[in-house]
Design a protein around this ligand. Structure first.
Ligand code: SAM
Ligand code: SF4
Length: 489
């Protein structure tokens, strides 16, 4: 799980680019993305990634473990499927760029005491939810989930099945983040056997000079071996993570990595913009700032990435993510069912999300709740038989309406005012008069169009979707300048 990740690289499909219909309801969505350097430079500012709304900055200790338990019990009235997120924080070595919640250690014996607490947490959490609620989505994130041994992986999944009812392989979306340096063909076979059917592979960049500068030495062979093993084992979806903006990268060097990735053809691709926030992430201080590509080179990399992926037939889903046109995410975007949560884009909008492990965030009913962020505090709560939730937020009606609007925009690049008015019993123009006025400049700049029916984000606006969403964020003004969000591009 990325603690404070960064904005999007993007590309889009050369497909069905007809521009017909009203702003919101045009039956054919223009899925192109246009890279406009002047606009991108002008709009480049800090902003949230909206994996939640309100963002974690608004979480408050007033939402505690007792309230969390009440909310979970109450959620059973509506029932519905569940999603489980497990955080495995350990990494064998630290990558200097890393903005994830991780603990670097060579001491593998630290895994077992951690897992013992996770098992206890599973027991505490499962007691809050009705037994017949099916887990349709499960994710192991990190840190490095495969830091733990094969026997521990088996046991973690067995404990999960002991406490929760997991959907079958067809319906369930069971995914894991894999560092190819920490997995081999046996690991992949085991993961498939215990139920995983999706994975994302951390690659970042194949260039040895870049790898050395970020302390992540990972051969292309290691990566390809894991990818091949995943295919052999029948993993349904394989995604690859790249980062642009790392030390020594140039447009040419990054294109070499991208070519290799395009050749092997994963189903999805994340191209993260390197979020350099050394005051917040200590290991980033070990990156020599003069080695970082200057903004114009980063933009050149972004542009080349967009053009190359577009010409290779990839679709820009939004916020760093690309998919092949026949991938589930692309299909969900086309039929209007795409959703966004802490794991990025998803097709499971109706799940209550339970976060398990240190730092994990859950989303149950109309709330977000976060587990303790320090390992010793997490252990202390579990050992005392307490749920480790220490802060969160209950969304008020205004938060819910704004979250709905932001989610629609960030997932579908369009918004039908009528849909929002019917769902929330508001008059869009009145309720969002201030937000709409904030969009005036963006309309003039050709980022989006607004008519009586709704909003449509135009090809030039897709890369700047965060800026558009920020106009609907009630907390934005208070946040700006204070929190250290990453740059939009
Ligand atoms: C938890 S890590 C992936 C799992 C595994 N530990 C690995 O490294 O392969 C999730 C992803 O976040 C991305 N990431 C980490 N730090 C980042 C940063 N500062 N800026 C942008 N992306 C970052 C990387 O692409 C990484 O693969
Ligand atoms: S392996 Fe590297 S990128 Fe992955 S979580 Fe650990 S430090 Fe971060």
């Amino acid at each position: 799980m990325l603690d404070h990740p960064q904005s999007a690289a993007a590309a889009a499909a050369p497909t069905n680019a007809a521009e017909t219909g009203s702003a919101a309801t045009g039956s054919t969505q223009d899925q192109r993305t246009v890279f406009d350097l002047a606009l991108i430079q002008r709009y480049d500012q800090s902003g949230p990634r909206y994996t939640s709304y309100p963002t974690a900055v608004e979480f408050d200790p007033a939402f505690d473990a007792d309230r969390y338990a009440e909310v979970c019990r109450a959620s059973n009235a509506g029932g519905g499927p569940l999603s489980l997120y497990f955080h495995i924080p350990f990494c064998d070595t630290v990558c200097f760029y890393c903005a994830c919640n991780k603990i670097a250690t060579k001491d593998r014996t630290r895994a077992q005491p951690y897992l013992e607490r996770v098992y206890k947490e599973l027991e505490l959490q499962s007691a809050l939810f009705d037994n017949d609620r099916v887990v349709e989505q499960l994710h192991w994130g990190g840190g490095t989930p495969t830091f733990i041994s094969h026997a521990q992986m088996r046991e973690l999944m067995a404990q999960t099945r002991k406490h929760f009812k997991l959907a079958d392989d067809d319906r369930g979306e069971f995914s894991i983040e894999i560092d190819p340096r920490e997995a081999n063909a046996d690991t992949i076979a085991l993961l498939r056997e215990i139920g995983f059917n999706r994975m994302s592979l951390g690659v970042q960049d194949f260039d040895p000079k870049v790898q050395k500068a970020v302390n992540r030495i990972q051969s292309e062979e290691e990566t390809m071996a894991v990818l091949q093993a995943a295919r052999d084992q029948g993993f349904r979806s394989i995604s690859i993570d790249l980062i642009y903006g790392l030390p020594h990268q140039t447009a040419d060097s990054f294109m070499q990595t991208l070519e290799r990735i395009i050749e092997v053809g994963p189903d999805r691709l994340s191209v993260f913009n390197y979020a350099h926030l050394p005051s917040r992430f200590m290991p980033q201080r070990r990156i020599a700032e003069p080695d970082l590509p200057p903004p114009e080179v980063k933009l050149e990399i972004l542009q080349s990435t967009i053009e190359r992926l577009t010409s290779a037939g990839w679709l820009y889903i939004g916020m760093d993510h690309f998919a092949r046109p026949d991938d589930e995410l692309a299909l969900a975007q086309r039929d209007g069912t795409l959703y966004r949560n802490f794991q990025g884009y998803s097709t499971h909008a109706d799940c209550d999300l339970i976060g398990i492990g240190v730092t994990s965030i859950g989303m149950v009913g109309n709330t977000y709740g976060q587990n303790r962020r320090e390992l010793d505090e997490y252990y202390a709560d579990i050992d005392a038989g307490r749920l480790p939730v220490f802060r969160g937020i209950e969304l008020n009606r205004d938060d819910l309406i704004r979250r709905d609007v932001i989610t629609r925009l960030i997932c579908h690049f369009r918004l039908d005012f009528g849909d929002v008015e019917r769902r929330w019993d508001i008059r869009f123009g009145d309720y969002f008069a201030t937000s709409l006025s904030k969009l005036d400049g963006m309309v003039k700049d050709g980022l989006l169009e607004i008519d009586a029916g709704g909003i449509r984000v135009l090809p030039k606006g897709r890369l700047l979707i965060r800026n558009i969403c920020m106009a609907f964020d009630a907390y934005m003004e208070a946040k700006q300048g204070k929190v250290g969000f990453s740059k939009v591009i």
